[in-house]
Structure formats: C-alpha cells, structure tokens
Design a binder for this molecule. Structure first.
Ligand SMILES: [Ca+2]
Ligand SMILES: [Ca+2]
Ligand SMILES: [Zn+2]
Length: 331
C-alpha cells in the first residue's frame, strides 16, 4: 500500500510561523486523512515528490508555543497506513508473511551520519556550535543504541562522516513544515536511504526536533532535525544531554512514541513497552496511566521526559528498528 493517503501538512503559502503551526495542528487534529489527499491545496506547487512523503514527527518541550506541540502527531489512520505498508514491504522483501523481527546480539549496522550545522552567522548564538558538541552527540547515539545506558542493545552504531556548516538566514530558524525546510533539505541532503542526515539549528515553535519515518522511496526530506542547543553541553535546560537526537533517530528507524495510540489497540506496535495514555514530561516516577500491565515507560527514549530520565530502548523496539532497517533502508 502506497503512502499517498498520508497527511502532508506543509503549507508553503503560509509564511507566518504561528499560523502555519495552527494550520498544521488543525489539519492533523481534526481532519480525516482521506480529506488530505496529496494534490490538494496544502501541497506546495513544487512538491514533485510529495506522493512519497512520509509524515515526520516532532518532539516538544512542555509549554512550547501553543500549537507547536506535536504539530504532526500521527492519527490512528496514519499509523494503520504505515503498518500496512511496513507489512507489505516486508513480505515483498522476504517473499513470505512477516515474521517476528530477528534477535539482536550485537551491533551489525553502522550508519553514516552527515551533520548540517545551519547558522545565521559564525557566532555560537547564531547557531555555530563547535565540533566537540557534534562528536559528543555521536557518542551519545552510540551509547544509547548499544544499550550501555541501561536499555536493550540495538543493531545500530553511528559514524560521523562529515560536518557541513551553512550560513543562511532564510533557513534560520528551521521552521517545521515550511517551504524553507524543503529548500534546505533539497539543497543539502547527502547519501542514500542508509545515510542519516542531521540538521542542527534554532527551531520554530519551541520544538526540540522532528524526523521523517522510513519509506520505500528516498525523499529529499528524509532525515532528522534537532535543536542545536539540545546537543550534549548545549544551553537547552533539561534537554541538553543529546537524547533529542536519540529520540528523533528512533523515529527515523521507524519507532513511534510510547504513547502512540494511548491505552487501547496496538499502541506503538511494540509489545514490551507498556501502554501509556499521553506523553510523560519531566520524570514522573511510578506514573501509570493505563490499566494494562506495567507502569508507563517514562525512561524510554521514545517518551517526552527529561534527558536525565530517558535511557532505554527495549528489545522489542530494537527488533522493530532492525526489521525496518532491513525493509526500508538497507542497501
Ligand atoms: Ca507498547
Ligand atoms: Ca499500566
Ligand atoms: Zn517524537
């Protein structure tokens, strides 16, 4: 099943950040997906590849600007469409019904990372963070995905390939869903589906980051966008140990939020993450919002808690990511 029915909430004609955010929120929150078929008035005219566009996903602080929180949280219909495509793509690859994901003994995939530092000038305040923060971010990713911070090991490790510094005031801040974001990514993105492009800068609407999910055909939009001051040693209080990067890469590897779907149904489609009704913020030990077994997974990288509180992926998430890698991103 193609992803053409999925919402694409960009709106090139709206230049006001707050209006764009309000529009995006209203669309995702209120309109049925079927009413948002590509080719309608919400697609920019130049979106030749829009049919293959997957929705991205944002991470926000509590109290982020109104309308900025979760501008593109997936609807149940979007999740269903993604899962149908995931199952079909797995069948096509293996020639049989999808199986449980493979078990993971050790790192088997090294992901090349291209980092784009988007800045308005060459000052730190203008977004020009030092190389040391970027190498620390890569170390955080490697520790998190190796399971050495307290979670399950995954198959993935990360290798910094290059740092690309770009001075462009029209891309600063990076505005989620804007035509400027599209221009930026179209101009800068490098590599194939296996290459992680990480865009760092100031972000619109108080967001910490957003990411694209994997899809069958490489999109120029593919990658993760991360608030530069959320990197280790950054100035973003409580969110400056690099786990926004960990979280966004989790989406890039096909993980949903732990609170996706709330207490009912398949939730995040990972069996060993207890369901939770809504995002957890700060570090609410013992939080238990669903009657199903287990307390809320507040220490999971795919929740919204403080960096100091999140330090785990589960075995199920590791399996889902590797299965998605082999289905969508492996060469
Ligand atoms: Ca779950
Ligand atoms: Ca529970
Ligand atoms: Zn997220």
């Amino acid at each position: 099943m193609a992803l053409t029915s999925q919402v694409s909430w960009r709106k090139a004609a709206v230049t006001s950040m707050s209006l764009a955010m309000m529009a995006a929120t209203a669309l995702v929150g209120a309109a049925p997906v079927a009413a948002l078929a590509v080719g309608d008035c919400f697609e920019p005219a130049d979106a030749h590849s829009h049919a293959a566009e997957a929705p991205s996903h944002a991470k926000a602080r509590p109290g982020a600007a109104a309308g900025a929180h979760d501008p593109n949280h997936l609807t149940a219909a979007q999740v269903a469409a993604r899962e149908a495509d995931f199952a079909a793509a797995k069948r096509e690859r293996t020639g049989k019904a999808p199986m449980e994901g493979p078990s993971i003994a050790a790192a088997t995939v090294t992901i090349p990372v291209v980092v784009h530092v988007i800045r308005k000038d060459t000052t730190r305040a203008g977004g020009n963070i030092p190389d040391s923060m970027i190498t620390s971010q890569i170390n955080v990713l490697n520790q998190a995905y190796a399971g050495s911070t307290g979670g399950a090991p995954t198959a993935f490790q990360f290798q910094l390939q290059s740092i690309n510094r770009v001075t462009n005031t029209s891309w600063y801040p990076i505005v989620s869903g804007s035509s400027a974001e599209r221009s930026m990514k179209t101009s800068l993105r490098q590599g194939g589906k296996n290459t992680l492009n990480m865009y760092l800068g100031a972000l619109s609407g108080g967001l910490l980051g957003w990411a694209t999910f994997p899809q069958r055909n490489l999109s120029s939009m593919d990658g993760v966008v991360v608030l530069s001051e959320s990197l280790p040693g950054g100035t973003s209080a409580n969110y400056n140990q690099g786990d926004t990067g960990t979280h966004e890469v989790g989406h890039w590897l096909n993980l949903y939020h732990t609170f996706q779907g709330g207490c009912s149904g398949n939730g995040d489609y990972v069996s060993d993450t207890p369901a939770e009704a809504s995002p957890a913020y700060q570090c609410p030990t013992g939080r238990n919002t669903c009657s199903s077994t287990g307390v809320d997974p507040i220490h999971n990288f795919m929740d919204y808690t403080y960096d100091s509180c999140m330090y785990q992926f589960t075995t199920g998430q590791a399996s889902r990511m590797l299965s998605a890698w082999n289905t969508y991103r492996a060469s």
